[in-house]
Design a protein around this ligand. Structure first.
Ligand SMILES: Cc1cc2nc3c(=O)[nH]c(=O)nc-3n(C[C@H](O)[C@H](O)[C@H](O)COP(=O)(O)O)c2cc1C
Length: 195
């Protein structure tokens, strides 16, 4: 059972990464084969809307995103983690999501299958932190992630959203956050296991 864990945070050892590390442990302890990817380490250019992928389902930009396409097909579950930047997902994460337009093209324009039917639905979870306590803080990002998951044949299954967490490492002082993240990882791994 393969779980892909993706951090959209540009901050090394920040709150998102600390939370995701716990989710990784939870999923691994539940028996999953987990890959943890920190997008800050990769070069992923933004989509330039050349629409080349609308013709053949392939992206023409030759950068690190190319190695993520097979991983997004291969995985059985995904946990996406992100801080809130201007009420949304930081550029690193948004570029990653936008570069999944080839999957949209394959699904809706070319009407081809890229995940065999018996592997659908795959499961997905969203973990997020924001510095403020604003109402609706996560609304925009949650909609983006739901749309992303739908395109890549993932059901939005779980979420953990923490407000008022701003300083680096502040999440460590939260009474339950790390435990909840560990449990989410375990849950995603267990519920994604096919009989
Ligand atoms: C460019 C930038 C924009 C931000 N925008 C928001 C925001 O709109 N709302 C909010 O609550 N926090 C905002 N924050 C604060 C971060 O969400 C917060 O520091 C978070 O804990 C960072 O998580 P990380 O340590 O995983 O990177 C912003 C921070 C930066 C650097």
């Amino acid at each position: 059972m393969r779980v892909l864990v993706v951090s959209c945070s540009p901050r090394k050892n920040g709150n998102t990464e600390l939370l995701l590390e716990e989710a990784v442990k939870g999923a691994a302890d539940a028996g999953a084969d987990v890959e943890f990817v920190r997008l800050r380490k990769f070069k992923i250019l933004p989509c330039m809307e050349c629409l080349s992928c609308h013709k053949d389902g392939k992206c023409v930009i030759e950068d690190d995103m190319q190695m993520f396409y097979p991983k997004l097909i291969d995985m059985e579950a995904i946990i996406l983690g992100s801080p809130m930047f201007f009420m949304g997902i930081p550029a690193q994460g948004k570029a990653f999501i936008d570069r999944c337009q080839p999957f949209w093209a394959i699904k809706y324009l070319l009407k081809r299958e890229f995940i065999p039917k018996e592997r659908i639905p795959r499961r997905g979870a969203f973990i997020s932190v924001g510095g403020t306590k604003l109402a609706h803080l996560f609304d925009g990002a949650t909609r983006v992630v739901k749309s992303f998951f739908k395109v890549i044949e993932v059901e939005y299954h779980d979420e953990l959203l923490f407000k008022g967490v701003d300083d680096k490492g502040q999440i460590l002082k939260h009474p339950q956050a790390l435990k909840l993240s560990y449990e989410l990882g375990a849950r995603i791994a267990k519920t994604s296991q096919k009989p």
